[in-house]
Ligand binder design. Structure first.
Ligand SMILES: Cc1ncc(C[n+]2csc(CCOP(=O)(O)OP(=O)(O)O)c2C)c(N)n1
Ligand SMILES: [Mg+2]
Length: 369
C-alpha cells in the first residue's frame, strides 16, 4: 500500500483544488434532491406521529432540518462508496436508496424491516446500498468508517480488485471529542485512508450547545488540520452550494487516497429525540433557522429558473404523501419476527445455521444479504 506523503506535499494538497473542479449540478439532479429531501421530511413527520401512537418503540431521532446534509453529500459520490453514520439515520438510509417500506417496518420492529425489526430507528443497515449503519454509541462509527475505507483500499492495492472509493462517515458535533474519533483521525492520516468525516454540526449535543461542550467551537476544522487532514467548512443548508464544495473535495480524497474532514453546518428542527422538552433553546431560534430551510430554498431556486412550477410542487408533495402512507401501511401489516429470530444475526459465524451468510435452520433469510 502507498506510503504517506511528506508533510510539505500534504500542505500544498490542501490548497490546490484546481484538478478537481467539476460541473455544477444539472436540473435533473436538483429535482431528484428536492424529491428525496421532501421524502425524508414527510417520512419523519409520519415517524413522529407513529411514535406518539406507540407504534415505534425505543429511541428515535428525527432528521428534519438536516435533509440537505445527507442528500447533498450522498448525491456527490458513487452508489458503491460506503456510508456509515450515527443514530439519526433515517435520512441517510432514504438518501442511499433504502425503500421507505423497509425503513418504516424496521422502526415498527417488523420482519420486513432492513434488519428484520431487530435494530429499530438507530440501526438502519442496507448492504446492497452500501449503508453500514446506524450506530447508537456516540463516535463508535468513526473507527468503523476508517475500517470500511481501509478495506476498500486493501482490496484495490493489495488484492488488485475493486476500484478507488471514498467512504463517508457521519458524526454529530457531540462526537468530536471522543477518543475513538481522534484515534481514527490519526490512523487515517498516517495510512492515507480515503474516508471523509462529515460533522453534521447542528449546534447541540442533546441539550448542550456546542460552545458549552467543546473547546474552539468556532474552528472545528482545526481538529482535522492538526492531523494533517484537508478540512473545510460547508453551509449544510444550501444543497447546491454544498454539492459545489463537497463534490470536488470528495473526488480529491478518492483520487489522492487521503482522508477529509468537513464541518457541515446545519440545524435540527425537532428535539434531540422524541422525548426532549427543548428547554435549552428558544422558539425564535428554531424559527430563524426555518426561514433558511433547505427544501424551501431549493424549491424557490427551481421555480425562479422556470424548471419547476407551483403545480409541479403540489403534485410532488401529493405523490410523496401517498408513498409514505403506503410505507406506513406496509409496516403496520408486516408480521412481527418469530421468537426464534432472537438467535439469528447475532454473531458473524459462531456455527453453521446461526450466520446470516449461510443457511438458516430457523428464522427468515435477511432479504438484504
Ligand atoms: C459514548 C456515548 N456517550 C453518551 C451517549 C448519550 N448520547 C446519545 S446522543 C448524544 C448526543 C450526541 O450529539 P451529536 O453528536 O451532536 O449528534 P446529534 O444528536 O446532534 O445528531 C449523547 C451524549 C451515547 N449514546 N454514547
Ligand atoms: Mg449535534
Amino acid at each position: 500500500m502507498t506510503q504517506a506523503p511528506a508533510q510539505s506535499s500534504k500542505a500544498s494538497d490542501m490548497t490546490d483544488k484546481s484538478d478537481y473542479d467539476h460541473t455544477p449540478p444539472t436540473t435533473e439532479q436538483k429535482l431528484e434532491w428536492l424529491r428525496v429531501m421532501q421524502l425524508i421530511r414527510e417520512f419523519e413527520n409520519r415517524t413522529m406521529q407513529a411514535y406518539q401512537q406507540a407504534k415505534i418503540g425505543g429511541f428515535c431521532h428525527i432528521y428534519t432540518g438536516q435533509e440537505a446534509c445527507a442528500v447533498g453529500t450522498i448525491g456527490s459520490v458513487n452508489h458503491d462508496d460506503p456510508v456509515v453514520t450515527a443514530y439519526r439515520d433515517h435520512g441517510h438510509a432514504l438518501a442511499r436508496g433504502m425503500t421507505p417500506e423497509a425503513c418504516m417496518a424496521e422502526m415498527f420492529g417488523k420482519i420486513h424491516g432492513c434488519a428484520k425489526g431487530k435494530g429499530g430507528s438507530m440501526h438502519m443497515f442496507d448492504k446492497p446500498n452500501w449503508l453500514f449503519g446506524g450506530h447508537g454509541i456516540v463516535g463508535a462509527q468513526t473507527p468503523l468508517g476508517a475500517g470500511l475505507a481501509f478495506a476498500e483500499k486493501y482490496k484495490l492495492e493489495v488484492l488488485g480488485e475493486g476500484k478507488k472509493k471514498v467512504t463517508l462517515c457521519y458524526l454529530g458535533d457531540g462526537a468530536i471529542d471522543q477518543g475513538a474519533f481522534h484515534e481514527a483521525l490519526n490512523y487515517v492520516s498516517v495510512h492515507n485512508i480515503p474516508v471523509i468525516f462529515i460533522i453534521e454540526n447542528n449546534g447541540y449535543s442533546m441539550g448542550t450547545a456546542i460552545h458549552r461542550h467543546t473547546a474552539n467551537a468556532d474552528n472545528l476544522i482545526s481538529r482535522g488540520q492538526s492531523y494533517g487532514i484537508d478540512s473545510i467548512e460547508i453551509d449544510g443548508l444550501d444543497i447546491v452550494d454544498l454539492y459545489n464544495e463537497f463534490k470536488p473535495f470528495a473526488e480529491r480524497c478518492r483520487e489522492t487516497s487521503r482522508p477529509g474532514f468537513v464541518d457541515l453546518k446545519t440545524y435540527r428542527y425537532q428535539g434531540h429525540s422524541m422525548s426532549d422538552p427543548q428547554k435549552y433553546r428558544t422558539k425564535d431560534e428554531v424559527d430563524t433557522y426555518k426561514e433558511k430551510d433547505s427544501i424551501a430554498r431549493l424549491l424557490s431556486q427551481l421555480i425562479e429558473s422556470g424548471d419547476f412550477s407551483e403545480d409541479d410542487w403540489k403534485a410532488l408533495q401529493k405523490d410523496i404523501k401517498a408513498q409514505v402512507k403506503a410505507a406506513m401501511d406496509f409496516a403496520e401489516n408486516s408480521p412481527a419476527p418469530e421468537a426464534n429470530e432472537l438467535y439469528t444475526d447475532v454473531y458473524a459465524n459462531p456455527e453453521k445455521n446461526l450466520s446470516p451468510t449461510t443457511e438458516y435452520n430457523h428464522g427468515l433469510n435477511n432479504p438484504l444479504l
